[in-house]
Design a protein around this ligand. Structure first.
Ligand code: PBG
Length: 308
């Protein structure tokens, strides 16, 4: 039995995730407490994308939590993996990647039954360049409006009629049981998800043998493979969470192999490049995908938006 202090952001989703991991640890006999830590990203919930770019977004949901880890105020941090930079700062490692839930994005609307049902000119709320770029490419006749804030805020804005539909990660809505207006789950071929979407990352201090043993049972090998390949690909493209890059890796049933899909798109709805690879080594697969996308001109698309 160990005493484990978990550091978490204070959003409903972050607390749900921290509580979920806490329960699994308690099930193993550990004594667990959750400490809420406010991050730069939480303070910036109301600001625009341009302001976030100006401030610099890398690690904005993680820095303060890592400070608490380093200082020994908490023993582990539970993150949405897609919010965690592809390279952790010196001194921290991913102690476990628990089994991923639905990695897809979903179409949420009170009025329309699916994305393709939206009439020309309909307003889609999303501030994700990745979602906007891919959907605009499919439907250049729609309007995309900035929609920031955590899951609850965005659902409230939708209810207030500030958009006809919004796109969110399935994982967040499923976890919080807010699926009432989920009309359609968009396959990765329609909107390629963010690297790590739907997965959690359990971050610990690099040399903390005690915690590494405590969290080992949480690791899921298939998830570890897929998210490693996705994060290697994203790093190879020079991206963080604010670039129009989708990467999704999944096991090919009963083959021991994994397939990876990557999409880089211009948020103004212009060019889109897409590539797929098959392999059995996560690092090689991620690197190969990034190289293919770069050969297809991904770098110009990423640079074109002024974020790295
Ligand atoms: N960027 C915010 C964020 N970080 C993790 C999730 C959802 C959970 C997940 O994808 O694992 C969300 C909300 C969203 O994108 O809809």
């Amino acid at each position: 039995m160990q005493r484990v202090r978990i550091g978490s952001r204070g959003s409903l989703l972050a607390l749900w995730q921290a509580e979920h991991i806490a329960e699994l640890l308690r099930g193993r006999g550990h004594e667990v407490e959750i400490e809420i830590i406010k991050t730069t990203g939480d303070r910036l919930q109301g600001v625009t994308f341009a302001q976030v770019v100006a401030i610099g977004s890398k690690g904005m949901f993680t820095k303060e939590i890592e400070d608490a880890l380093a200082a020994g105020r908490v023993d582990l941090a539970v993150h949405s993996l897609k919010d965690l930079p592809t390279e952790l700062p010196e001194g921290f490692v991913l102690g476990a990647t628990p089994k991923r839930v639905d990695p897809r994005d979903v179409f949420v609307s009170q009025r329309y039954a699916g994305f393709d049902e939206l009439p020309a000119g309909a307003q889609v709320g999303t501030s994700s360049l990745r979602r906007r770029a891919q959907l605009r490419h499919r439907r250049p006749d729609l309007e995309f409006v900035e929609f920031r804030g955590n899951v609850d805020t965005r659902l409230r804005k939708l209810a207030e009629g500030r958009a006809d539909a919004i796109i969110l990660a399935a994982a967040g809505l499923d976890r919080l049981e807010k699926t009432e207006w989920v009309r359609e789950r968009l396959e990765p071929e329609i909107v390629c998800p963010a690297a790590g979407q739907g997965a959690l990352g359990i971050e610990i201090r690099a040399h903390d043998v005690r915690m590494s043993e405590v969290v080992a049972f949480l690791d899921d090998a298939e998830t570890r493979f897929a998210v490693t390949a996705e994060r290697v690909a994203l790093a190879g493209l020079g991206g963080g969470c604010q670039v129009p890059v989708g990467v999704h890796c999944r096991a090919v049933a009963a083959s021991g192999q994994y397939e990876i899909l990557g999409v880089v798109a211009d948020p103004t709805g212009g060019r889109l490049v897409r590539s797929e690879s098959l392999g059995s080594d996560a690092h090689e697969l991620g690197q190969e995908l990034a190289e293919h996308l770069l050969e297809l001109g991904a770098a110009e698309l990423i640079e074109g938006i002024g974020v790295r």
